[in-house]
Design a protein around this ligand. Sequence first.
Ligand code: G3P
Ligand code: MG
Length: 247
Amino acid sequence: MIKTEVFAHRGSKGTHPENTLLAFEEAVRVGSDGIELDVHLSRDHELVVIHDETVDCTSNGKGLVRELTLQQLKRLDAGSWFSEDYTDCRIPTLQEVIDFLIDSQFKGTLNIELKTDHYIYPGIEEKVMELTDKKEIQFKLVFSSFNYQTLIRLKKLNPAVEIALLFEKNGRDLLVLDTDIMVTMWHPSLLWFREKTLTDEVKTAVRLWTINQSQELEYCFNQRVAGVITDYPEKALALRKKLETMP
Ligand code: G3P
Ligand code: MG
């Protein structure tokens, strides 16, 4: 039995317009163990789900998310850039995604990445914690960020939450992974992971991103890491199933 969980990156980024309700619907449909998304604050301080600091790449608009109001963001087409099949896609709020997952009776893990690595977005940690502190939420939550200060703020707001530090290259990761009391999980890049020799115990606290190729997925499953964050959750789940049934 392979315990490595499959997390759907930005919904199902490889098959649907990322960070939209359609992508999250697909992630649920294929049975993803976890779903990852990214949050920023709009000009009027609403939590919105989008990857970049600007709307330029994943919508028909232009400009910084932090300089646009929710109403302005909602007018944008967030699907056509991906395919002309998706013309009625909007940038969702975090609230809308959470409501959708509650309605879908999702029982996996929602990984909320706070995108505070370029802009600080004062108050974003409080808003995320307030929004996710609801009894209706029956799925697990993990909060991740490349910004260590964001994780510290989250942990101070609620010491019981699971936080995960994202990193790509050497930096804060040079800390001894299993002795950092603030961080409960580690979300490094595959590149970093391949260069390290970690104990089996530490690997159970590691989720790797972004793992899309079959060979890489198989490597991660064999490494028995806690999770893979992938743009192709359906493919990853099928591969895991195939490997599990092999003698
Ligand atoms: O959580 C893994 C991954 O989402 C981190 O990088 O840039 O895709 O948000 P990015
Ligand atoms: Mg992300």
